[in-house]
Design a protein around this ligand. Structure first.
Ligand code: NAD
Ligand code: UFG
Length: 351
């Protein structure tokens, strides 16, 4: 049989996954995990609003496979439809979205338009072209402030959300649930990520946000490289052992592997899973772990609490552990080591 014919048959035997936002931080790590599995073939669509096309080269360097990349905006219905007419997708992993909390307060309409409309465009095409499996990147932010800091999937969501970004996640979750009611064969998964950190062990992929970062780990990285002069710790008067707020930091590779577990266990209806470690770590503990890994002391200062911050928030991951057969394996120390390795690869060293 001719090689071309063999390639076509192999392509149709594989599960074809469309990854939106696949050049972004979490999407790129997930594509690597997908490509490690010979059963999957991957197309990526991304408008590069917050990522670089070079990520595709990096993915190829790691996996020896070059995923098909379409540079395009999910708001452009024609581009999205073209994808679905030219390919038969088995599943869609929908990472694409804007995610900067502060920016979402300044530009709420951009956030609602981008995050909601892109999801609606994808779901419309899935409906039209009979694609049933959908995995969505949601966030622990949908829990808002709860009576207890350990979040369980059954808790009420959408209360006390402090910014438009968080509300887009909540609204999209509701859209997915409503859509699922119209199609008994639809298999939807809502993944509530806790705080992703770390980088690929190769140092080739990591988080490199445009503009001024807000999240703790990118700020630590910029303080280390000297781009930010001092790390402001937002409050040391919380009711925790060292007074700083605590979160559930999950290594991005563990998080990526959670998506593969989802594909293997996907079922009709909408399933919701927390992806977190179940262990809280304080801001001071994170800084100490980075200092331990780098051997460098970071300049810090204590400042006021940041408006809208939760004192503590971590996952109860037992549902994902039991139903997906997934659990985290990597530690905060692993995340710090891999982050430093990524910085080194990027030529960004200690100031
Ligand atoms: P990221 O910004 O690195 O990746 C998102 C990607 O989506 C980017 O590459 C961006 O260019 C692309 N994109 C945005 N709008 C698009 C559009 N209209 N069309 C095509 N591409 C578009 O972010 P990430 O950290 O990898 O996050 C991935 C998903 O996970 C997001 O939906 C985010 O809200 C969610 N999430 C992230 C975190 C986190 O802390 N990183 C936590 C919880 C949830
Ligand atoms: N922090 C600092 N200094 C900084 C940055 C952060 O002390 O320069 C502290 C924060 O006050 C918080 C902790 O570090 O106590 C973590 O902050 P992040 O901004 O990294 O993460 P959050 O949990 O506060 O929020 C982020 C997103 C949310 C999302 C949540 C979980 O902003 O939208 O992660 O995914 F829901």
């Amino acid at each position: 049989m001719a090689q071309a014919a063999r390639d076509v048959i192999i392509k149709y035997m594989k599960k074809h996954i469309l990854v939106t936002g696949g050049t972004g931080y979490i999407g790129s790590h997930t594509v690597v995990e997908l490509l490690k599995n010979p059963d999957y073939t991957v197309d990526i669509i991304d408008n590069l609003a917050n990522s670089k096309a070079e990520v595709i080269d990096r993915i190829e360097q790691i996996t020896n496979i070059r995923p098909n990349f379409i540079e395009g905006d999910l708001l452009d219905k024609k581009i999205v439809e073209k994808l679905f007419t030219e390919n038969h997708y088995d599943s869609v992993m929908h990472f694409a979205g804007l995610k900067a909390v502060g920016e979402s307060v300044e530009k709420p309409l951009d956030y609602y338009e981008n995050n909601l409309q892109s999801t609606i465009n994808i779901l419309n095409m899935m409906k039209k072209y009979n694609v049933k499996e959908f995995i969505f990147s949601s966030s622990a932010t949908v829990y808002g402030l709860q009576d207890t800091p350990e979040c369980v999937e059954t808790m009420q969501t959408g209360q006390n959300l402090t910014n438009p970004y968080g509300r887009t996640k909540y609204f999209i979750e509701e859209i997915i649930k409503d859509y699922a009611l119209t199609d008994p064969e639809f298999k939807g998964v809502i993944l509530r990520y806790f705080n992703p950190v770390g980088a690929h062990a190769s140092g080739l992929l990591g988080e490199d946000p445009n503009g001024i970062p807000n999240n703790l780990m990118p700020v630590i990285m910029r303080v280390y490289t000297g781009d930010i002069p001092v790390l402001s710790i937002y409050g040391d008067d919380y009711d925790t052992e060292d007074g700083t707020a605590r979160r559930d930091y999950i290594h991005v590779v563990d998080l990526a592997q959670g998506h593969i577990a989802c594909l293997n266990h996907i079922k009709a209806g909408v399933s919701i899973y927390n992806l977190g470690t179940g262990r809280p770590t304080s801001v001071k503990e994170m800084i100490a772990a980075f200092e331990e890994a780098s051997g460098e002391k970071l300049p810090t200062q204590i400042v006021e609490r940041r408006a809208g911050d939760l004192p503590e928030c971590w996952a109860d991951p037992s549902k994902a552990n039991a139903e997906l057969g997934w659990k985290t394996n990597l530690t905060i120390a692993d995340a710090m080591r891999d982050t430093l390795n990524y910085l080194k690869h990027e030529g960004k060293t200690h100031a």
